[in-house]
Design a protein around this ligand. Sequence first.
Ligand SMILES: Cc1ncc(COP(=O)(O)O)c(C=O)c1O
Length: 393
Amino acid sequence: MDTEKLHLDTLAVRAGIERSQFNEHSEALYLTSSFVFANAAQAAARFSGAEPGYTYSRFTNPTVTAFQARLAALEGAEACVATASGMSAILATVMGLMKAGDHIVSSHSIFGATVQLFSTLLPKFGVTTTFVDGTDVSAWERALTPSTRMLFVETPSNPLTEIADIAALAAIARRAGVLLVVDNCFCSPALQRPLDLGADLVVHSATKHLDGQGRVMGGAVAGRADLVTEGIFPFLRTAGPSLSPFNAWVLLKGMETLGVRMQAQSARALILAQWLEMRPEIERVYYPGLTSHPQHVLAMRQQKSGGSIVSFVVRGGREAAWRVVDATRIISITANLGDTKTTITHPASTTHGRISPEARAAAGIGEGLLRLAVGLEHTEDLTRDLERGLAKV
Ligand SMILES: Cc1ncc(COP(=O)(O)O)c(C=O)c1O
């Protein structure tokens, strides 16, 4: 299939399918840990790579291959490798492409576990990170050192939906001879394709919008074939944080509805953001689709819409924010996002609870902040659910 000529909605349903001898219509699920060889010579040839084919599901499985091919098509990537989770996708990128002495420049508004990985785990192996304001292009440039190997950015960021200029960062990366890695979790390829804007690699928590129904964990790295296949894949093969075939199959089915889900969830998120902006109990709303968002123009240039995540600050700090959370009856109190079920999170005490108070303050994550990951329920039911708590603030 010539994937370059097809629209994302078509690729999401059709890309990556390789039918077995039974010619099944829906994607097959290959629940097997290993594959059988005709003879010893074939086993040796498969393991050495002299003969293409499947060997062992830690690093080769047809259902996982189908997921990789579909996501590569959606992102416009030369290659893609799947991982057990979004965090193992980020870890594999670093472990596969960097060495002791190397340096990362990262935006400070990134997912809490990524902050932990960069600031506490990687230094043990000699890889250091400088955190910058992701929206300040000159800050990225200033943070470069002769050892810098990678720029890492999440846009929109979690949870404040800050927008970094991917094309501008790609230009800096190119000039400096370093890699630009974009965590595309919030938008998914349905709303934003970082590789088209010059990024070298895209990382995903497939757990989020790619699944879209809150069922399985998964992750992926997509981008240049030399980086993915020669740099990151050998780490996955050896270290083993691989995606299970079952999860790959669930993700394949989830991706079929990615385009329509992202459109519908974004439309609902915009309605909720506009509604929240009018409420006197709310100090501030963060949503890239609002004209009041500081990077609204940039967001509308590099994204198709504002996305499904709306964050807002309730007047009255943690106590008031928790009151809003606790008054919900429909919205789920859980940390996941990208689900068809709307979720609400208090980042300061959950997703970003493990990072230091100073780092939290630097990232702008206050005690009154709540993150709403908007799903597919009717917006009137969602506003009524929030109104109950807001009335008590
Ligand atoms: C932006 C972002 N990146 C990465 C991750 C990590 O993904 P996972 O939970 O699949 O490891 C998350 C999880 O919430 C996230 O929000």
